[in-house]
Design a protein around this ligand. Structure first.
Ligand code: SAM
Length: 363
């Protein structure tokens, strides 16, 4: 592969939805993709902006002052998001995660939470945040109907954390936000740590120690080759097996059963009863065969794989006056045509291929 830099704008191209098959698809109903995988989980990116510049996600050199984020008019409104969410739920979605970018930067995010939780009370609604605004927002989010939250935290050491978020944001504030979330009633609080060799992997056992016995669940995530800008190298990946080995040496642990089919994190529990942690091993133990996730990007396009380079444009349907039934059939056509299994096919070559950025597609 050459060193050609693909303008990021090109990676936000969304194709029209595939031709709706002649064979009618029921307007609602459970869906299976081309490999038999159900649609259960929807991630919604509510903004492509973030106040952090984590090098593994939104490196400063790319997402700089000149970077053109989406204009407000391109973002789905809360009404549009809620309408689409209802249709996805009619097709089997049971869990919705609000993400981004940094979802708490979207003005009025608690209003969206209220709309979704009222429209879809049976759905497991959650949100992933960098925690920078969570302390102020936790109670409003809980009051609006959010019941749990995931907070990203890559280190307990202030210097390491500030360097990784590249925004000089202090770790103490995220720790306060985690306490604030728990005090507001959000439970469990899950903590995402992306483990990068030589950067923060020395913090694995400290993170496990810090959150053992708190009821919070740390999930150790392998550094992934998402997007096209984070300079991913296999050498920087710490395999989850190594993470488990290191924790087990300090705190003996054993695997435990998944909560449900398609759960992203593999669960481990401490033998002394001090709780559990999770590992997310997209690189070394791909879980494509149970992947039941669709992603609604910030601009209303739908993606069927985190590593995709192209989505399908639902916003044009929404804004072009399509009925719920037409949108429902379009979603069905996209899902039923889905064959993605990027992580199972990953090679050094594919890792360098053009892919949409995680901040846009929703992490
Ligand atoms: N801004 C929010 C946050 O920081 O949690 C939500 C968006 S962020 C893209 C969602 C999750 O993706 C975070 O936990 C982040 O650590 C993770 N993530 C981003 N880039 C990653 C990468 N290259 N490999 C593994 N995880 C990554």
């Amino acid at each position: 592969m050459g060193e050609t830099v693909i303008p990021l704008a090109d990676l936000r191209y969304a194709a029209p939805v595939p031709a709706i098959p002649a064979q009618p698809i029921p307007a609602t109903g459970l869906l299976a993709d081309a490999l038999g995988r159900p649609l259960r989980d929807l991630r919604i990116s509510v903004t492509d902006r973030c106040n952090f510049r984590c090098s593994y996600c939104m490196p400063k050199e790319v997402f700089d002052r000149d970077y053109v984020f989406l204009p407000q008019s391109s973002l789905l409104s809360f009404e549009e998001i809620t309408r689409l969410a209802r249709i996805f739920v009619a097709h089997g979605v049971q869990k919705i995660r609000l993400t981004g970018g940094e979802p708490l930067l979207r003005r009025g995010i608690e209003d969206l939470v209220a709309m979704l939780s009222q429209a879809l009370p049976a759905v497991d609604l959650t949100l992933t945040t960098n925690g920078s605004a969570l302390k102020q927002k936790a109670q409003a989010l809980f009051d609006a109907g959010l019941r749990r939250v995931t907070v990203s935290l890559d280190s307990l050491e202030d210097a390491t954390f500030r360097a990784m978020n590249d925004a000089d944001f202090p770790v103490a504030k995220v720790l306060e936000a985690i306490d604030g979330a728990a005090a507001a009633g959000l439970a469990p609080v899950k903590i995402n740590m992306v483990v990068k060799r030589g950067t923060n992997d020395h913090q694995v056992v400290d993170m496990a120690r810090h959150f053992r016995g708190t009821g919070h669940v740390v999930r150790f995530i392998e550094f992934m080759d998402v997007g096209a800008t984070n300079g991913w190298r296999m050498d920087d990946v710490v395999p989850s097996a190594e993470v488990v080995r290191r924790i087990d040496e300090a705190f003996p642990c054993e695997p435990t059963n998944p909560n449900h089919f398609g759960e992203v994190a593999k669960r481990w529990r401490y033998k002394d009863g001090a709780g559990e942690f999770g590992i997310i091993s997209s690189v070394t133990q791909a879980f494509c065969s149970s992947c039941n996730r669709a992603r609604l990007a910030t601009d209303g396009s739908i993606y069927t794989c985190l590593f995709a380079h192209e989505g399908y444009d639902l916003r044009s349907l929404l804004r072009g006056g399509a009925s719920d039934e037409e949108i429902s059939r379009a979603i069905a056509a996209v899902w039923q045509g889905r064959e993605d299994r990027y992580s199972e096919l990953r090679t050094a070559e594919t890792a360098r291929a053009r892919k949409v950025e995680m901040s846009f597609i929703g992490g």
